[in-house]
Design a protein around this ligand. Structure first.
Ligand SMILES: Cc1ncc(COP(=O)(O)O)c(C=O)c1O
Length: 412
């Protein structure tokens, strides 16, 4: 009897095992899903050229967003495509353990166009990584750990960069362990108070806030920051990840204020879509083997992309174009109904409305086929086109915007 019961139990168990293994087989047949962190517009670009993006149905869109300020020289620029293709056919990647003269070529060209020939370049692959290395280097150099950053700042999502970003929603408990003090822009007395505590390694600031919503410090403020940092031996980091590479109408946006930071972080427009970032480091900060490092930073393909971008910026005079097109834009939007304020410089612009712009952005994209950007400030429409944009693109936008604003008072 006992034997029979045991036999039956064994049969039930082995059946269960069969069922389980079938379930396992089923689960391996399912498609892997994406980790769902991005709210997406219902558009799928499959092609692009200049300031135009084409979706999978063949619909053309005017790109006044530049894939979040990334497209600097225009989509699929022929010189860029040719240079990257040729590089890929020759050698696409090797590690930072061997010579790569493309890195030196890139450094020289960047020094020449930015005016920072005497600075040193460290290459990485994104904006967050650039700021992470900038902050780390400041801490190594000073032997201190606290950072001063500013209200509404965005510096990226890695450890120290996200800790210096003024958004508790994206700061995990792990990141909150870093010592960062946030201050309002334009209040030098508060900065002075913090630096006097003698535990600050770096002050990090965007010359024009991007994600935060286009606010910027005054020239007096930036000059004051420079003087305070110098006096207290604190490293001044200018985050030019978004505002750099000509977007503001000068090579770097801090050039509008006549200051010389100790470290400048760069990414976005640097590769026109190819992932590349870096930091420009003042000559007095010394390198040593192993101090910083990365697998992908400065690889052959990235350098080819970076060089092509600088060559096009120079030959097509895109910095002047950004300034002139920006001035034209500002003149055209003045007095439009609902526009409270025009912010920014060059082709890093924001239109602040009296209401939230979510609906307006949707109407522009779905009814008028124009990409624009949003910001932490929900009332701000961001304009970040490729630096080749001109009067024609601005006129197309103004016509569409006037139409949307005339039809109804759009609410967020
Ligand atoms: C000013 C600034 N710094 C840093 C970053 C982070 O760059 P990435 O997304 O390449 O890490 C951004 C991205 O929007 C930015 O605008």
């Amino acid at each position: 009897m006992i034997l029979k019961i045991l036999n039956e139990a064994e049969t039930v168990l082995s059946e269960a095992e069969t069922v389980l293994s079938e379930a396992e087989v089923q689960s391996t047949k399912k498609d892997m899903k994406l980790f769902d962190v991005y709210p997406l517009y219902d558009v799928e670009p499959v092609e692009a050229y200049d300031c135009t993006v084409i979706d999978k149905n063949g619909q053309e869109y005017l790109d006044l967003y530049g894939g979040h300020a990334v497209i600097s020289i225009g989509h699929s620029h022929p010189h860029y495509v040719k240079k990257i293709t040729k590089q890929l056919e020759t050698i696409g990647f090797y590690s930072n353990a061997v010579q790569n003269s493309l890195q030196q070529q890139l450094a020289e060209k960047l020094g020449q166009l930015s005016g920072y020939n005497d600075y040193q370049l460290f290459l990485c692959s994104s904006g967050a990584e650039a700021n992470e290395n900038a902050l780390k280097l400041a801490s190594f150099h000073t032997g201190k750990a606290r950072v001063v950053a500013f209200n509404n700042a965005f510096h990226g999502r890695t450890s120290a960069a996200v800790a210096a970003t003024d958004n508790p929603k994206i700061n995990a408990p792990l990141n909150q362990q870093q010592a960062v003090t946030f201050l309002p822009l334009n209040q030098l007395d508060l900065v002075k108070e913090e630096l006097a505590k003698d535990d600050v390694c770096a002050v990090i600031v965007e010359p024009i806030q991007g994600v935060g919503g286009l606010d910027e410090g005054t020239t007096e403020f930036f000059k004051g920051l420079e003087a305070l940092c110098k006096a207290d031996g604190v490293v001044l980091i200018l985050d030019e990840v978004q505002s750099g590479y000509g977007r503001s109408g000068k090579f770097f946006a801090h050039h509008h204020h006549g200051i010389t930071p100790d470290i400048i972080s760069i990414a976005k427009g640097m590769g026109n879509g190819f992932p590349i970032g870096g930091i420009l480091i003042a000559p007095y900060i010394e390198a040593s083997y192993g101090l910083l490092g990365t697998t992908f930073g400065g690889n052959h393909l990235a350098c080819a992309a970076g060089l092509a971008v600088l060559e096009v910026i120079e030959t097509e005079e895109l910095i002047d174009n950004a300034r002139l097109t920006g001035d034209y834009f500002i003149a055209q939007v003045a007095g439009l109904p609902g526009v409270k304020k025009v912010k920014g410089r060059g082709l890093m612009l924001g239109l602040e409305f009296e209401y939230e712009v979510g609906e307006l952005r949707k109407k522009l994209i779905y009814d008028h086929h124009i990409f624009t950007g949003g910001a932490m400030n929900k009332k701000l429409l961001r304009i970040l086109p490729p630096l080749i944009a001109g009067k024609k693109e601005i006129d197309q936008f103004i016509t569409a915007l006037k139409e949307v604003l005339a039809i109804e008072k759009v609410t967020g």
